[in-house]
Design a protein around this ligand. Sequence first.
Ligand SMILES: [Zn+2]
Ligand SMILES: [Zn+2]
Length: 578
Amino acid sequence: MSPIEERRHTLAHLLAAAVAELHPRALPTIGPAIETGFYYDFDYRSASPKEEELAKLEDKMRELLPAWTEFTHEAVTADVAREKFADNTYKIELINEIEAAGESITLYTCGGFTDLCRGGHAKNPAKEIEPSSFKLERIAGAYWRGDENNAMLTRIYGLAFDSNKELEAFELMQEEARKRDHRVLGAQLKLFTISPLIGSGLPLLQPNGAIIRREIEEYLWDLHKHKGYHRVWTPHLAKEALYQTSGHADKFGDELFRVSGKDEKFFMKPMNCPHHMQIFADNHFSYREMPVRYFEPATVYRDEKTGQLSGLTRVRAITQDDGHLFCRVGQINEEVSSITSIIKEFFSTMGMLDGYWVRLSLRGPGGQYLGDDKVWEEAQMALESAARTNELPYRAVEGEAAFYGPKLDFMFKDAIGREWQLATIQCDFNLPERFDLSYINEKGEKERPVVIHRAISGSLERFMGVMIEHFAGAFPTWLAPEQARVLPISDAHKEYAHFVVTELKAAGIRATLDDSNETLGKKIRAAKTMKVPYQLVIGDAEVAGKSATLEGRQEKFGAMPIADIVEKLVEEIRTRSL
Ligand SMILES: [Zn+2]
Ligand SMILES: [Zn+2]
């Protein structure tokens, strides 16, 4: 555990100690550190505390903290432990399990409070934990051990960081994130909807959302088409045997959607790789034709738990901007370079390149992986060397690899500093083996290709969710569903306003006319609510001067000839400027 994780977990103990003082009847169960702090699950055996009681518990934690100067621990027999927690069936269950596993049972004590624990604490909490660096965040229900057949417990979440400054920065970011929630903006800007009749995790794009998605998809293809990629298309389901061969059937298990045909059984595809591999195999390529590069924005299906589905970011139908490259080992470096240049250009256009980093995701202990050690080492070395050649800011992390090979995962920060794992480049020596892929080498012999799996945006659904929040719905002009709105001040200006809209549309600009009978003020507010990048106001002077008064989100440009407005907007869209 890292020092912050130790402090976070220590705070879970401290919370349990505070609860023990204020609610002696409550039974503590487990309390781990989590990404932004900690939680502890309690069975209150009476009414759970209300949110407003969190402040009291927090005060109690701060009151107890100065006496928490040292953790002591002792290994005890199961019987002693069971006696100690005689009235706590949850702890008894844990003790029985630890006993059955033959592991040692340890009790940790600090500030006079003892808990069953495996260890991993701050050595001197009073000294190491800044009292204002943590805060109790919220109360939620949680089933004992995540199983809905078990008792519902009370989970108290806490935030904890290295300092009060970091805690405040995090809370500010959370507040900003709430304002940008893509589910709220998605409804407000009419981008997507979720129908209970269709199902959760299966969002439907409204016309506005479909425009954004198409723009992203077209941009992605623009970045690939001159780099030797070919577009392919593959169906959405395939026979079970395909995924048994690829290993996906084992890997994804009950996350796979099963489809029964009249005679045969199918899976909705969880990945596109096996499909692209069948296309490759059909061609019997020679070494002169390598590398072969396929591109396909393709939807895959995974049956995630309903409770985990949310907006566009956790869905059951995931459209990857997928691509597979089949190359020789000696070509890996150059191919990774080419993909990296696409990734950098794409995220620079989105305004997300600053502060990105790359995780070299390696195998970890206990995971479910295909292939032998030698093949893995070869793939890891190839990727690491490509990362060095491209001077990527990378860190190696164990346990994050794909089941068929190591990968480079690109982490980008959004406008409010949240980190998203988006692009990926994966090196695979295993699936080519499973599908017996080959090309003919210089000696006329069959040779095994390496497969590079890559995605730039990751998934179009999730990426769109991230973009909505990153831009807070105020998309750059090229992405905005509605790029310009023409606002005539009164009826007398409608005819000319109509002409202006026609001119804008003829230049390929997504323009609309607000010919409602509302006041100009209301029309401007309506356009701002929909976050339209440009408004063109038309009054007497504009009609007379064949112009329009142009207003952007940040800037007022005053009256401009229509031709100049068209030129300005077209250039901004063409260059996909931010
Ligand atoms: Zn502990
Ligand atoms: Zn793949």
